[in-house]
Design a protein around this ligand. Structure first.
Ligand SMILES: NC(=O)c1ccc[n+]([C@@H]2O[C@H](COP(=O)([O-])OP(=O)(O)OC[C@H]3O[C@@H](n4cnc5c(N)ncnc54)[C@H](OP(=O)(O)O)[C@@H]3O)[C@@H](O)[C@H]2O)c1
Length: 287
């Protein structure tokens, strides 16, 4: 299988590239502004850029889109940039997928929900409450209009990545570097923290088995940000930190958050009952 991953310098794309390669697939992964070892340049906003990896000549069987403007508050205050990075990039990659007769995989989010009744199954009604959520839903809907598209909705992702910028990795790194942490975190935002490695493993079996449609992929825990931070800190008994639990309202973030987000992995688990997901403790064991 020949797989092109747009956004392989990032958290989800980087893990997909590593796992698919280890499984013996022919993989090309792209970076945009941050080259990581083995990635090729590709700007999804300028598909005709002569510096782009020549996707059409390579003829992938699958194109996985992991790129988006993921800073939720920035999206709220810069809706045009959010549209371009998230929706237009998808339109451009879908056109390339059609040209290559490649299947399309889109990575979406629990932010397509309003957070009133989570954790969510695939049947739940969408109702995004932020610019980011609306643009992810628009990109997801466009993607699903192409036959055979697979959409993985993911949430609260952590794991190994070149920049170590995710919430769990950042706290762990600061502990390892013996930095004192000050954490002001919401106690009322719930989700299912998910290791990017498990997203890659799940995507692999879904692609291998020619699955399409929407799948919710979430870890085995359901917790808020305060609990998540404490689960990480527990692995660093000597860590010095001040933890200030606050309400989301008190944080006054520009974008609204789906408070009861996260997933019930109903569909995936029914089809792959023996697939084991990891949790934060597995990830940090031996830290
Ligand atoms: N992380 C989460 O908790 C989470 C939760 C729900 C959904 N998601 C979704 O999962 C997907 C992957 O997220 P992530 O956490 O892996 O994000 P990430 O680490 O920020 O990675 C984003 C990737 O997109 C690339 N990119 C940005 N602009 C691009 C452009 N114009 N052309 C080509 N590539 C471009 C980036 O390349 P450079 O870095 O090289 O510029 C990077 O490789 C996103 O669609 C996000 O919405 C993430």
């Amino acid at each position: 299988m020949k797989v092109f991953i747009a956004g392989a310098s990032g958290l989800v794309g980087g893990n997909c590239r590593k796992h698919f390669t280890e499984q013996g697939w022919d993989v090309k992964g792209s970076y945009f502004s941050y080259p990581t070892p083995g990635t090729v340049f590709f700007d999804t906003l300028q598909p005709a850029n002569p510096d782009n990896f020549d996707l059409v000549a390579w003829q992938p069987d699958v194109i996985v889109h992991c790129g988006a403007l993921t800073h939720v508050d920035h999206c709220e205050t810069h809706p045009e940039e959010s549209y371009t990075q998230t929706v237009q990039s998808t339109i451009n990659l879908l056109a390339l997928a059609q040209q290559c007769k490649a299947r399309f995989v889109y990575i979406s989010t629990d932010y397509v929900f309003d957070g009133k009744t989570g954790p969510y199954t695939e049947e739940a009604a969408v109702n995004p409450i932020s610019v980011y959520g609306r643009h992810k839903l628009e990109a997801e809907t466009l993607s699903l209009s192409a036959a055979g598209t697979l959409v993985l909705r993911v949430t609260n992702v952590y794991g190994n990545e070149a920049r170590g910028k995710n919430f769990v990795a950042r706290i762990a790194d600061q502990c390892r570097n013996q930095q004192k942490l000050t954490l002001k975190l919401p106690y009322d935002q719930f989700a299912s923290p998910t290791n990017a490695w498990d997203i890659a493993r799940a995507m692999f079996v879904l692609l291998r088995d020619n699955k399409s449609g929407i799948y919710h992929i979430g870890g085995t825990d359901y917790m808020n940000r305060v609990e998540l931070a404490l689960r990480v800190l527990k692995h660093f008994p000597g860590a010095e930190y001040e933890l200030i639990p606050v309400s989301t309202e008190a944080l006054q973030q520009p974008a609204a958050r789906p408070l009861r987000g996260g997933f019930v992995r109903m569909k995936f688990s029914a089809q792959y009952p023996e697939f084991l997901f990891n949790n934060v403790d597995d990830y940090l064991a031996g830290s």
